[in-house]
Design a binder for this molecule. Structure first.
Ligand code: PAF
Length: 276
């Protein structure tokens, strides 16, 4: 496995290379990331993983400074998972000038975007840059970041990028908590409380599956339960999988998305539900 820091070295390494499968990350890898690498490998292409903590997707007062940087340990995991190239670009390669061009994706102000202004613009901009640098045939993203995945599929479609997006199911701990680098910020007591989020999403999905259609009531009940257990709820929202907008009464393929904070740690999760 090669560790590469510059775009010129990356281009030289990829020259004459077969088509690649790409896994963009911000590092501090866990089993969820490794599942993405395994899915990339299963595509049959050599695998490139990137590690870059992207300042453009963090807002003022968010955790950019304290986001864990664990490159040596990440490289060990990636090598063991069969990754071929790790691209960990230097900051000046990714954000070369103070005034950066930024992609403005649709839905960037919805859901998480309403609470993290500029976040999805930062994500889409850096992923577009990484796509231009790596030029992969395939890229793998997790469904845990459902809105991110939705926006990046739109980026690929609308900018006519010849990249096939593979969607990976969310990797969960035994108690259901979606794996996330930010889980490491939780205290022991918060870690014990954290699976409430997925439990409530599953309950909400079961109610919808059983025929309830009062989505606002279902959202409110889950939100009240979280608030009663000291969570600060950003949103719980039943949306259409196809548009990520509020569903009409006859929308069949739904997703329930949630974002809430335990102390200073913001957790997100979602669950898909299809109604008959
Ligand atoms: O999901 C992430 O880790 C990041 O948002 C991504 C896609 C690597 C862009 O910085």
């Amino acid at each position: 496995m090669r560790l590469i820091h510059s775009v010129s070295e990356l281009r030289a390494a990829l020259a004459g290379q077969r088509e690649t499968a790409f896994v963009p990350t911000m590092g501090n890898l866990h089993a969820g990331h490794i599942a993405l690498v395994e899915q990339a490998r299963a595509s049959g292409h050599p695998v490139v993983a990137s590690i870059f903590v992207n300042p453009l997707q963090f807002g003022a007062g968010e955790d950019f400074q304290r986001y864990p940087r664990t490159l040596p340990a990440d490289c060990e995991q990636l090598e063991a998972a069969g990754c071929d190239i790790v691209f960990a670009p230097d900051m000046h390669e990714m954000v070369p000038e103070p005034q950066t061009f930024q992609v403005q994706p649709p839905l960037a102000c919805e859901l998480c975007g309403a609470f993290r202004p500029g976040h999805f613009s930062g994500v889409a901009t850096v992923v577009l840059k990484l796509f231009n640098m790596v030029q992969p045939a395939v890229a793998v993203f997790g469904k845990k970041d459902y809105q991110q995945l939705f926006i990046l599929k739109g980026l690929v479609r609308q900018f006519n990028l010849p990249i096939r997006i593979l969607e990976a199911e969310t990797t969960r701990a035994a108690d259901g908590l979606a794996l996330s680098s930010r889980n490491g910020y939780l205290s022991a007591a918060q870690r014990e409380e954290a699976p409430r989020l997925v439990r409530l999403l599953r309950e909400a999905a079961a109610r919808i599956g059983a025929g309830e259609r009062d989505y606002a009531g279902i959202e409110q009940a889950a939100s009240n339960d979280l608030a009663a257990h000291d969570w600060q709820v950003d949103y719980i929202a039943v949306r259409s999988q196809a548009t990520l907008l509020a569903p009409s009464p006859d929308t069949r393929d739904l997703v329930i998305l949630a974002a809430a904070r335990l102390g200073t740690t913001r957790l997100i999760d979602n669950i898909e539900v299809c109604v008959g």
